[in-house]
Design a protein around this ligand. Sequence first.
Ligand code: NAD
Length: 355
Amino acid sequence: MSVQTFRYEGLPGRVLFGRGVTAQLADVIGQVGGTRALLLSTAQQADQARTLAKHAGALIVGHFAEATMHTPVEVTARALVMLNDLDADCVVAIGGGSTIGLGKALALRTDVPQVAVATTYAGSEMTPILGETAGERKTTQRTLNVLPEAVIYDVDLTLDLPVAMTATSGLNAIAHAVEGLYARDTNPVIGLFAEEAVGAFAAALPRLIDTPRDPEARAEALRAAWLCGMVLATTSMSLHHKLCHTLGGAFNLPHAETHSVVLPHALAYNAPAAPGAMAALRRAFGGEDPVTALVALARRIGAPTALRDIGMPADGIDHAADEALRNPYWNPRAVERDGVRALIARAYVGDPPAA
Ligand code: NAD
């Protein structure tokens, strides 16, 4: 047996997980050194954020409720004015990747510590990655400056995550685990996290479609999301994420839904070149073929399976293939135009994935 060479770098940060743990928000703000916190949320979660903020009392000095998809720099600029006007020394971001992205963007500009209270399965709270948009242009960077200092996973905050979002957000998280398993910089610790997370999601997501407020299934899914976030945080992304970024950027497709549709196709493409990842995923799916199992899971939980159903135009296939080939990410299997075009064409109509 050959001996694997690998590097492992742990990231700093603290995690508080459980039911009702947002009640400890004041302590967590204190742990990151905050004395005057700016609360961040979307407009949709403004009420939920305000309710939680009561746990921190006077430590919360203001609420910016305009977080939005893709972290536009003009929204960050408005939040920055509020941060400075209030003399805030910390941010508390309550929400999914969009709100947590805003907290990261503020930390990048001011170095304020962040408390991220995650309410979806996207995983951004665990990563040193920030994507921002200025006009049409999206830039992504990795820097420890944006890694949240503390993360709260309160299972109770996810009980009302809408069912459709539960499905697509879960598949978005599974995509981080899948790509982590065959990443160039994978390692045995990441392998454990990823395999465990896929198995947990495969069990929890169908239960949540049937009984969305089941606290045990919610806890399993949130624990799996945390693991997937750690995988994304320390491994490089490959073809799947490249395709999702390309398709999302070119046609303004919804983030989690795009991941849901593309994942089985990207895995089928990479399967011949990733035997170790396929073996781990087979174990996670209880012995089933991983591509077949992913397709079945997506159907079982009602996730979209065709790009045309989530807004991609028919004449976009060639453009998407060209873009995916531009500055490709490292991938276990060579990224060739014919294969990638065929992959996108299948994903467009929702045909079965093929290698
Ligand atoms: P989101 O944050 O855009 O949330 C979508 C909507 O759902 C929002 O209106 C939000 O307020 C609402 N919502 C969130 N949680 C809810 C809950 N528990 N109950 C009811 N409503 C709730 O969605 P997302 O998928 O979490 O994040 C997507 C964004 O995050 C994308 O821009 C993506 O690029 C980014 N992202 C970044 C990273 C990273 O590491 N930087 C990782 C994953 C995703």
